[in-house]
Design a protein around this ligand. Structure first.
Ligand code: KE4
Length: 430
């Protein structure tokens, strides 16, 4: 049987790990069935414990922009680990990394390393609150900023209502400090700012949303946020945990030429190891402990030397001239091929893409916000997903995630994917 060993191991995992997974996104909940257990990976391919091979479009949920087991990254990790695994003291690796991030990301003048995207967003919000002396934050429905209490809030019945907790364990008092508004809706942001003068510390946004499927910012949306933040004394935070070093070397802020006050990063900057970072304007960052206002934030393993070399080696490769043009070409070929198959058969789907991140929506489109995304036909997506898996194509197991193309994906991968896609669409719409 194709998934026999995976199924057996997953049942056993459920005895010891909640839901059998260390992050719920992996659990196949939205598509049904049992996850495949991955044993190893190389370039664009992952291999499960039953020996099945897949073309991988999850890429560890974004970090592996160079593909799996990139030889330079692996060599750097191997070499660095010979020198020790962690010192809890300053290192040369973290200096090189910080300098490179500041050079590549235009609005970042100073940066602090942490261990995950969640840590980055939680710390950025604390800094924004400390710096402005205000408590409220504005966030957008359908964006995901990790699992910090401040972010686990979705909109109430009215788009402008104060938040209610989305997860047990988030106190109402905390939830009330987050106001959720629809993505791509500047008017909604304006009203919240108008109703709460002098109270909003930060607006936090995924500059290209990747967590309701890929939803690009509409014309003028990011610029509009920038002006509203400036005129209200609110900080603008770009959560570039996905888009950082993905949509361009300088992230979404470079691509759209809009400068946030603070930027959260993760995924790619760790080269596949656990890293996050937040950075931005010098006058703000100079208040992170031990400096200035001493806004608290610390970490035993932050700036871990092995994680730093994995990230640094990845970023150096991305500084090469060819990478983003190649990624664009591969992603364009794949998505235009997928759409022409869908169109010629009259299937009501659409693809939204920015560079090498995209989503195939089971919705005719456009998808501009969470309400649009919620209209997708998730049952058809589940059938499509399983057909692709059975044909050796590994996709995120949810309609509301981004697919990622890596620099290791080849023409052959594209051809295999298109062939599988045609059959999977037919099965989804049967
Ligand atoms: P982590 O704490 O998972 O490293 O990063 C949180 C985070 C913050 N901001 C954005 C825009 C993110 O996309 C994420 C994490 N993304 C999810 C799914 N897209 C990772 C998968 C998972 O949670 O297992």
């Amino acid at each position: 049987m194709r998934y026999e060993r995976s199924k057996k191991l997953f049942s056993e995992s459920q005895l010891y790990i909640p839901g059998g997974v260390n992050s719920p996104a992996r659990a196949f909940g939205p598509v049904g069935g049992s996850p495949v257990i991955i044993r190893r990976a190389n370039r664009s391919r992952v291999y499960d414990v039953d020996g099945n091979e897949y073309v991988d479009y999850v890429c560890s949920w974004g970090p592996l922009i160079l593909g799996h087991s990139h030889p330079s990254v692996i060599a750097a990790i191997r070499k660095e680990s010979e020198f020790g695994t962690s010192f809890g003291a300053p290192t040369l690796n973290e200096l090189k990394m910080a300098a490179l991030v500041c050079r590549c990301v235009p609005s970042v003048e100073m940066v602090r390393m942490v261990n995950s995207g969640t840590e980055a967003t939680m710390s950025a919000i604390r800094l924004a609150r400390g710096f402005t002396g205000r408590d409220l934050i504005i966030k957008f429905e359908g964006c995901w900023h990790g699992h910090g209490d401040a972010f686990l809030i979705k909109t109430g019945s009215s788009a402008l209502s104060q938040g209610v907790p989305d997860s047990p364990g988030v106190p109402d008092e905390v939830a009330r400090l987050s106001v959720t508004v629809p993505y791509n809706d500047l008017e909604a942001v304006k009203s919240v700012l108008r109703e709460n003068p002098g109270k909003v510390a930060a607006i936090i946004v995924e500059p290209v949303a990747g967590n309701m499927g890929v939803v690009p910012p509409g014309d003028g949306f990011l610029d509009g946020l920038r002006s509203l933040a400036t005129s209200s004394g609110t900080l603008l935070i770009f959560d570039e945990v996905i888009t950082g070093f993905r949509v361009s070397l300088g992230g979404a802020q470079s691509l759209y030429d809009v400068m946030p006050d603070l930027t959260c990063m993760g995924k790619i900057i760790g080269g596949g190891l656990p890293v996050g970072a937040y950075g931005g304007r010098l006058d703000i960052m100079q208040n992170v402990s031990p400096l200035g206002m001493k806004v608290s934030q610390a970490g035993t393993l932050s700036g871990n030397p092995i994680a730093m070399v994995a990230g640094y080696t990845t970023l150096l490769r991305l500084c090469g001239e060819d990478v983003y043009a190649d990624l664009e070409a591969t992603a364009e070929k794949l998505t235009s091929g997928m759409m022409s198959i869908a169109k010629s058969n009259g299937y009501p789907v659409c693809i939204q893409r920015v560079g090498s991140m995209f989503t195939l929506f089971f919705h005719p489109g456009p998808v501009r916000n969470y309400d649009d995304a919620a209209k997708c036909d998730t049952e058809r997506f589940a059938r499509y997903f399983h057909s692709m898996l059975d044909q050796g194509i590994y996709l995120p197991p949810s309609q509301f995630e981004s697919w990622f193309v890596s620099h290791a994906h080849t023409e052959k991968d594209v051809a295999l994917t298109l062939k599988a896609h045609e059959k999977a669409l037919k099965e989804a719409f049967a």
